[in-house]
Design a binder for this molecule. Structure first.
Ligand code: GRF
Length: 194
């Protein structure tokens, strides 16, 4: 079975690191075929380089349209025959060109209990809403932002005095456990033909 992952990042890459570590611990039976960043200065690239994983920087600013950019991403991912695309802090909206190239084959992690607080600044949205809890969601990516079918979700409490940063940190801890588990479950479902 093809268990090759393509991971897309834009920044810090702590979820990428969690995926790499889970593979190393054999909790996740997969391999990362390539890590692609749209930014050359994404700190997360270093996690891949240290682990000996191929990295590519494909800068969106070098493409005239979103569709052209997405075609370049699709080309590189297809070339490596990835079974699953994992968005891990990839800060670009994907056009139908990308989504249609990998139907039900793209996962994203979002720091809220979707469908609550989609889009930007979900931790601040939770605080502004006076929520008693928030959390993280791994979901399939479709054409609607943060709205595809949910794979796994886990909650954390919102504590008195929380800031967006302190809540983000608490959520991030569970993201690192949730994302590898969701990938493992998704690959197993592919194999079972579900
Ligand atoms: C995470 O909070 C993730 O849920 C969101 O972007 C952040 C990425 O963090 N989509 P990192 O780059 O994985 O550290």
């Amino acid at each position: 079975m093809n268990r090759a992952l393509g991971v897309l990042i834009s920044g810090r890459g702590s979820n990428l690191k969690a995926i790499i570590d889970a593979i190393r611990r054999r909790e996740l039976d997969a391999r990362i075929a390539v890590v692609i960043s749209n930014r050359a200065d994404a700190a997360g690239l270093d996690h891949a380089i240290v682990a000996g994983i191929e990295t590519l920087v494909i800068n969106h600013k070098a493409y005239a349209t979103r569709e052209e950019y997405d075609r370049a991403l699709v080309y590189e991912l297809r070339k490596r025959d990835v079974a699953l695309v994992c968005l891990a802090g990839f800060m670009r909206l994907l056009s139908p060109v990308f989504v249609d190239a990998f139907p039900n084959r793209i996962l994203n992690i979002h720091p809220s209990l979707l469908p609550k607080y989609p889009g930007l600044h979900p931790q601040q949205q939770a605080l502004d809403d006076g929520a008693a809890e928030s959390g993280a969601t791994v979901h399939f990516v479709n054409k609607d932002l943060d709205a595809g079918p949910i794979v796994l979700q886990q909650s954390v409490p919102v504590r008195p005095g929380d800031t967006a940063d302190s809540l983000a940190e608490r959520i991030l801890e569970i993201e690192h456990e949730l994302y590898p588990r969701a990938i493992q479950q998704t690959l197993a479902n592919f194999e079972a033909g579900r």
